[in-house]
Every structure is written in C-alpha cells, then in structure tokens.
Design a protein around this ligand. Structure first.
Ligand SMILES: *Cc1c(COP(=O)(O)O)cnc(C)c1O
Length: 391
C-alpha cells in the first residue's frame, strides 16, 4: 500500500527542487550529433561525450543495420547460457588488440564493469585505494566488495603514498583512478602512480571512459599517452562515449582476471548480453578509431582553438589539452544564467555546481567534438562573449 509514502516522496522532491538540484531533461528532436534539434530549433551541441563524432557515423549506422538482418534484434540470454555470438568475442578481441591487453570482457555498461571488478578481486584481507574524485560507479563497486577502503586526495601522490603505507597489512592492494576526471578534464598522473604501485606492491586500475578512442597516439587512452600500457593491470571503459556512444562497457586486463570475471562477475552472469546491433556498430567504431588520426587531429585542434579564443576573451578555463573544457564562474547562479543565455543563442551546454563540483567552483563544462567545424567553435566562443555581455 502506497499510503502516506506518496506525501513523503513529494516532500523529498520538493527539497530537491528547493535546493536547486532538480534535473530536468531536454528532449532532442534529432539524432545525437554536433547539431541537434531542441525545442523546435537547431542548436550546436557542446555537452555530448561524442568526442570523435561517431554517435551518428555512417559506417556505424550501416554496420548496425546489417547486423539487425544478420544477427537479429536481441540476445534474450546472458553470455554464458546462449548469449554469446561470434561477434561478441570478436569485439572483445579487437578491444584487447587496441588497448594492448591480454583479454577483455564485455558488460552491459561500464557502470556494471566497475560494479563487478572489486567484489571479484578483493575480499576483507585486501585493500582498495581510490582517488576521491573517481566516478560514481567505482565508488559503488568498491562498496559492493568487502575490501578495506582507503581514499586519497585527487591526483595527490603524497596522499596516495600515505594510504599505501596505511594499508601495508593487506594481502592484495589495488589503486584505482579515472584516467581523465570528467568535471575537470585533468589526467591522472599514471607514471607516478605506477612508480608508487611498484614500490608498494599494488596493482593499478584505470577507468578510461573519457579517453579511449582519442587520447594517446592511436586512441588507446591515457596509458598510451603516458607510455605505461604494460604497467596497468586493469582497464575499464565504455562503448557509450567516444566509441560510438551506444551502450556497453568492458574490463580489459590480465588473462586470469578476465577469466575469473567470466566465472564470478554478477553483472556479467545475471544481466543480458550486449545487443547484436550495438556489438556490430562498436566493432565498426573500433575500425574507424584505428584509422582516425584525422579525427583525433581535428578534435585536438578544435579544443585548442576554443581554449585560445576563450582565454583571449578573458574567460577563466581549467588548463589542459583535453576536449573537456571547464569555463569557470564566480557563483552558481551566474553559471546557470550563462547556460540559459547560451541556449537562447543556439549553444547547448550544461552548468555544473555544488555538490557535483566543489563549492565556489561552478562551471560550464564545454565538450568539444571532432564533428564540430571551425565555424562551430568560433560561433560558440562568440556566443559566450555575447551571453556575458547580456548577463
Ligand atoms: C561514463 C562513465 C562511466 C559509465 O559508463 P557507462 O557505460 O555509461 O555505464 C564509468 N566511468 C567513468 C569514468 C565514466 O565517465
């Protein structure tokens, strides 16, 4: 019986609204792209994780259409019963080849991959040492395990070393970090993290969701960028961002780790296999990524151009090279008002404020894509200047 739970929940919803934290969803009236339809008009999209512009790429769409005819719509099974097509294994092998790892296992999402790994690998004798700004799925995955928990300050090597010393009694230790922190666009200092891991005999796991496909010379992500591919024990990542943006995630790691995940990972054993069209589209995405030096160059030059136009106009940006470009504002109302003025000017961006980012660090997170033209980038920067004048 629902009873007075209705009123209790309504009260909670009111609290969320009054705190200014209520999220509404804008509805796209088009496919995901650099140009999308919103509320009856065309706008430039600067808030998608569509870094290489593959979300609506003709090769991926074609591969997915062919797969519908050849492989059907759904799997109606988990992988270990009758949910593994040859193309699922092909996609896993292709990911391993691209990432330079021994083996890969697909999950319904990266959220599920991170939900699976800690419980399988670590128990109460073990410790996980986690960056404080790691993705929610890592935090939840750690909670699902019985491992002892240590947290270090974001990218702070001295604090990481403290936590390694504090966890000296553990049987196994795993340091886990996002490869790129999504609110800042900052990269984790992987070489130094690997040095500490070696000194203190810990494994290293990197969640490279905001890097795979476009960071590193061949798009193999932050380990490639830093030249530490051989020193990373576990990689997690998503098919839901640069690699086509549909859905699915993976763990790519040493053979024994992947083998054990196939035996024990609960989101793998008890959730449906990735849909055939998504698998085929993702294989096509990896083929595009393997030949995508031009897309990576365009993405990089677009990001550089936006950074320089905005800096020249006097905006405060967080520094870096990543296509996540946070434009900082003094207070959250200003960031929010700017995002609304920008949408009126045809630029779709999102303002983030406390508690998603620290108090006083409100920002508009601009996300650049290779699908943007130089003109799109200049239009966006000019819209920021115009919106600021109108504020
Ligand atoms: C987006 C993201 C995820 C979740 O990926 P899904 O495949 O959408 O579940 C996990 N970790 C990080 C760091 C992410 O940015």
């Amino acid at each position: 019986m629902y009873g007075n739970i209705k009123e209790q929940l309504a009260e909670t919803l009111t609290e969320i609204r009054e705190a200014g934290l209520y999220k509404t969803e804008r509805q796209l009236e088009s496919a995901q792209s650099s140009h999308v339809g919103v509320a009856g008009s065309g706008v430039l999209n600067f808030c998608a994780n569509n870094y290489l512009g593959l979300a609506n790429h003709p090769d991926l769409v074609k591969a997915a259409k062919v797969a519908l005819d050849e492989w059907g719509f759904g799997m109606a099974s988990v992988r270990f019963i009758c949910g593994t097509q040859t193309q699922h294994v092909e996609l896993e092998d292709k990911l391993s080849a691209m990432l330079g790892t021994e083996a890969t296992i697909l999950f319904p999402s990266c959220f599920d991959a991170n939900g699976a790994i800690f419980e399988v690998l670590l128990d109460a004798q073990d410790a996980v040492i986690s960056d404080e700004l790691n993705h929610a799925s890592i935090i939840d995955g750690v909670r699902l395990s019985k491992a002892q928990r240590y947290r270090y300050k974001n990218r702070d090597l001295a604090d990481l070393e403290e936590q390694l010393k504090a966890s000296a009694d553990a049987r196994r230790r795993l340091i886990v970090t996002d490869g790129v922190f999504s609110m800042d666009g900052y990269l984790a200092p992987l070489p130094e993290i690997c040095d500490l891991a070696e000194r203190y005999d810990a494994m290293v796991m990197v969640d490279d969701s905001h890097a795979t496909g476009f960071v590193g010379a061949t798009g193999a992500g932050t380990p490639e960028h830093f030249g530490v591919t051989d020193r990373i024990d576990i990689l997690s990542g998503t098919l839901g961002k640069a690699l086509g943006g549909a859905s699915g995630g993976y763990i790519s790691a040493h053979q024994e780790i992947v083998d054990l995940l196939r035996q024990r990972a609960r989101p793998y054993l008890f959730s449906n296999a990735v849909a055939p069209a998504v698998v085929a589209g993702s294989i096509a995405a990896l083929d595009v990524v393997a030949q995508a030096d031009d897309l990576r160059d365009t993405l990089h030059s677009n990001a550089q151009l936006f950074r320089s136009l905005m800096s020249d106009a006097g905006f405060t940006l967080l520094p870096g090279d990543h296509p996540i470009i946070p434009v900082m504002f003094a207070d959250e109302h200003e960031a929010q008002a700017m995002a609304e003025l920008l949408l009126e000017r045809g630029i779709y961006v999102i303002a983030f404020s406390y508690p998603v980012v620290p108090l006083g660090k409100a920002r508009i997170r601009v996300q650049i894509s290779a699908a943007h033209s130089e003109d799109d980038i200049r239009t966006a920067a000019q819209a920021f200047i115009d919106a600021r004048a109108a504020l």
